[in-house]
Write a protein that binds this ligand. Structure first.
Ligand code: C5P
Length: 296
């Protein structure tokens, strides 16, 4: 989730320079890696049908990238990756990136690699702009494509309500729509990052709420106009503020506390503006091994 997503101009390499504050939320996928005679990826859970399981799958690319990095044959990794989705697919919540980060962490453990977090972050950055952050977790300021990270002091647990849309949005198409909107006119850009950092240090959700901002929001709303209604419904339900998460279409609503989040979630569910509503909190740690079996 990006609390602040400032998008600069299109770079010659097809990416945009970002100034973003990431916060990891308590919404997870479960990724299992095992040595197997039938290598590959399988995906289960909601939205699993729309996740590719071939060579383009980001978790599979993580297997091959890490194999190559440590001098194993990247063509023949005898690894099976099983993903159970809890994070919406193409939802602007970095779910594919989270699967790739989890795969890196799990494989490092399975292969008993002597590889530090910084080195792993280098491999992560080759897989996608958000992968280093989901590996890291917590709250962090991201620059460059979003892959250059500095941890941010955050004093509070923030309570969120997430509204998942019926269909996903493709990240490149949302960035493309922003370029188009900017070529047509000059949509207002969000403010500086510093006040957001100060609000996070204060730990006051009421101070953070009005500062939440996302330059991609205009583009995702332009592609999915119904999001306007969802954003309004969350605030009407009692959230302090709502924004589109990343490239969307998931909408994230900041609430005053855990009880308020439950109330907002219940009311938003009843409003019928989205597919599913979830509560989550942040910051939480990044990708980590939760159970470790003895490697065969
Ligand atoms: O890095 P990742 O593969 O996740 O990026 C997906 C797409 O999102 C890129 O191909 C690009 O179109 C867009 N993107 C961007 N600027 C960024 C990050 C992503 O334009 N900083």
């Amino acid at each position: 989730m990006n609390l602040h997503l400032g998008v600069g101009d299109l770079r010659p390499d097809g990416y945009h320079d970002l100034a973003t504050i990431f916060q990891a939320l308590s919404l997870t996928d479960e990724v299992t890696v095992a040595i197997a005679d039938e290598p590959g990826v399988e995906v289960h859970g909601e939205g699993a049908d729309s996740v590719p399981t071939g060579p383009s799958n980001l978790a599979w690319r993580a297997v091959r990238e890490l194999a190559e990095h440590v001098g194993r044959d990247p063509e023949e990794p005898k690894i099976r990756v099983v993903i159970r989705k809890g994070i919406p697919v193409s939802g602007g919540m970095a779910g594919g990136s989270a699967d790739a980060a989890a795969t890196l962490v799990a494989l490092s453990s399975l292969w008993r690699l002597d590889i530090g977090r910084d080195e792993l972050a280098g491999v992560a950055a080759r897989l996608g702009s958000d992968v280093p952050f989901v590996l890291h977790g917590g709250t962090a300021l991201g620059t460059g494509r979003g892959e250059e990270l500095v941890p941010v002091l955050s004093r509070h647990t923030y309570h969120w309500v997430l509204a998942f849309d019926r269909r996903g949005l493709s990240t490149p198409s949302v960035y493309g729509e922003l370029d188009r909107l900017r070529a047509d006119g000059d949509p207002p850009r969000i403010g500086a990052v510093e006040p957001v950092l100060e609000a996070l240090a204060s730990g006051d959700p009421g101070r953070l709420a009005p500062l939440l901002g996302n330059d991609l929001q205009a583009a995702s709303v332009s592609l999915r106009p119904g999001l306007r209604r969802t954003l309004r419904a969350g605030v009407t339900a009692g959230a302090l503020a709502g924004i589109v998460s990343g490239s969307g279409p998931t909408c994230a609503f900041l609430c005053a506390d855990a009880d308020a989040a439950l109330r907002v979630a219940a009311e938003l569910s009843g409003a019928g503006v989205c597919r599913t509503v979830r509560v989550a909190h942040g910051p939480v740690p990044g990708a980590r091994v939760v159970t470790e079996d003895t490697p065969r």
